[in-house]
Ligand binder design. Sequence first.
Ligand SMILES: Nc1nc2c(ncn2[C@@H]2O[C@H](COP(=O)(O)OP(=O)(O)OP(=O)(O)O)[C@@H](O)[C@H]2O)c(=O)[nH]1
Ligand SMILES: [Mg+2]
Length: 430
Amino acid sequence: MSPIVYVLIAVAAAVILFFLFRKPAEPALPEKPEPKKLDKRRVEEGEEAKAPKKPAPEKKKEEPKKDASAERPRDEAKPAAKKEAPKPIVEPVVEEKAAAAKPEKPAAKAIDDDFGKPVVLDPATLRKGLSRTRGGMIARLADLIRGRREVDPALLAEIEEVLLTSDVGVKTTQALVQRLHERLENKELGDADKVWAALRAEAEAILGGGGRLRLRQKPEVVMVVGVNGSGKTTTIGKLAAKLKAQGKSVVLGAGDTFRAAAVQQLEVWGEREGATVVKGKEGADPSSVLFEAVNMAKETNADVLLCDTAGRLHTKANLMEELQKVRRTIGKALDGAPHETLLVLDATNGQNALEQAKQFKEAIELTGVVLTKLDGTAKGGVILAIADELKLPVRYIGIGERAADLREFDASEFVEALFAGRDAISTEAA
Ligand SMILES: Nc1nc2c(ncn2[C@@H]2O[C@H](COP(=O)(O)OP(=O)(O)OP(=O)(O)O)[C@@H](O)[C@H]2O)c(=O)[nH]1
Ligand SMILES: [Mg+2]
């Protein structure tokens, strides 16, 4: 019996020893996985931190995501940063909602933005668009100067004649040639190259800076005026295209109630560019249509309202008086509006365009000029007269019918496109 007892004792001892060894082993193993659990917790915490961003989907529109993506590259610092991050993400939503309900003041500060895409330097297209004027006035000037060894008053007189017969206009031509005489007296015009450079410099000085519109408030209200056929509606459509490409919301006011086709033309642009069109019935009062358009732009928190107007009226009322009334009404709908009044001029009208411009300027407060159809005329020299005599910035130029053919005006780019490659420009080539 006793050997059995010994065996039992030995087995019991073995079992006890086995359990003794197992117990310490168990806590040892979890120690390794524990950090893993901690990691998971961190990840979960991180996800939790992201979880509050679920309400942020509302914000996706606004892209506070920039902050979130900026945080992503960070790792260990995340938990702390993330816990704080969701708060600001939520807050702006509230602010935005408040801003939407309140007047436009907070938004206005944030909107001082380019109106339309920034200037894309594309000299070849611009040069092509201006080829008729290059082949006309500029080629004649180049022919005059080419190979001229002596620069004398007789050459300046010939230059004067070219300018006068190229729609630059008497006043602007005389002022420009006068400055050339001064340069000649100061011995600054030693050779043909210097005369060419002086012409370029004078042209650029006359054209000034020009410059596209800026978005300074919301909605920025732009009224577009000009005689019939000058390109108002097309310019509005092209501007809408630029703005939409920039992600701006646009409302179009069909203030030309003279004919149904004018409204339809605007609707086609509106549909193509995704802009809301506010219209009235044919023959409706343009002022009331544009009053509604301003309200629509305000209600929908639009970035820009572009107001089309008639170049002719269905009534016998005076066009200028009607435009003044429209302007006043827009101002009643929104204090300070219209913020811009653009006069659209057809360059093919040459000096007549200048005369029209003078009449408009006398009657209405203008803030800038759009010169269209430069692609179809050799009378592009009129732009010098317009800039010089009207003292208004040329905001845009039209060099074709496509949306991209409305170019932000830049004086130096324009002069470069006109005068570049002097030796290659020739009246014969034109
Ligand atoms: N080649 C060329 N054609 C242009 C340009 N701008 C406008 N047009 C064309 O000129 C014509 C008249 O343009 P609209 O925009 O209808 O002119 P509008 O001033 O609105 O005319 P009304 O509505 O009658 O007062 C259209 O056939 C346009 O396509 C341009 O820069 N170049
Ligand atoms: Mg029109």
